[in-house]
Design a protein. Structure first.
Length: 251
């Protein structure tokens, strides 16, 4: 059984970068099939890993898995840069915590989606599957995909993310370009802490998705969110110089 799910760009197009996706609590690689296909359609090489179990897998092991996954995508000239890590939920916390490691281990950029909060009131409480889905998403297609996937671990949002991982995620002041994505209807997010984190880092962007829930990459707004991620990837390729500047707007 393969360790990864891979998504390739259109044949004949030059690969624009490498994206490694780290799922969150209870999720599987299949959870990110739609997201992976969207980024791959823009000629990015996308690889989705198995979600880390942060109660048994330490960050050193995860870093080794990420390094191995990246190297295995390499072509003759090596890994296609930029190398960007995308983490969701606990995967986002783990990716963010890894940013405090040695510079040689750094990706070129990271996307942190649905980063769990540390404050009281930002943890899920045990309930029915429908109640968990309500926390995660209002997208009928994503709700159906989660429900029909026998490997999705129900009730997993009640698993605590280790405090040491959350502390490292929020306290890091790494200069790695970072896109923070959060739904404004995400009950597990600490919106104030995310705003502070974005302001404290030299190259961070906080994008709030209106109406989105915890699974911000897979909610009703997934097309707009994927477009925001691709825009970020393109700006990273252009050394963080925006390729488009809006001079006037009707909205």
């Amino acid at each position: 059984m393969t360790q990864y799910s891979d998504y390739f760009g259109p044949e004949g197009l030059r690969v624009r970068g490498t994206v490694l996706v780290v799922p969150g609590r209870g999720e599987t690689r299949s959870t990110y099939a739609r997201f992976g296909k969207r980024l791959a359609a823009d000629a990015y090489r996308v690889r989705v890993l198995d979600a880390p179990d942060l109660t048994t897998e330490d960050l050193t092991t995860l870093a080794a898995r990420l390094s191995e996954a990246a190297e295995d995508t390499a072509v003759e000239d090596g890994v296609v840069r930029p190398l960007v890590l995308v983490g969701a939920d606990a995967g986002a916390a783990a990716v963010a915590a890894l940013l405090g490691r040695e510079p040689g281990d750094q990706p070129d950029a990271v996307v942190l989606a649905g980063l769990p909060g540390r404050a009281p009131g930002t943890t899920a409480t045990a309930g029915t599957w429908d109640e968990e889905l309500d926390v995660r998403t209002s997208c009928p297609a994503h709700r159906g995909a989660l429900t029909q996937d026998p490997e999705v671990r129900r009730g997993s949002l009640d698993d605590a993310v280790p405090e040491a991982v959350l502390a490292a995620a929020y306290d890091s002041e790494a200069a790695v370009p970072t896109l923070l994505l959060v739904g404004d209807a995400d009950p597990l997010a600490d919106h104030e802490a995310l705003a502070h984190t974005a302001k404290s880092r030299p190259s961070a962007r906080l994008s709030v998705v209106h109406g989105a829930h915890h699974d911000v990459l897979n909610d009703l707004q997934h097309r707009s969110v994927a477009a925001e991620v691709v825009t970020f990837l393109e700006n990273v390729r252009n050394e963080l110089r925006p390729l488009i500047t809006v001079r006037s707007s009707a909205w």
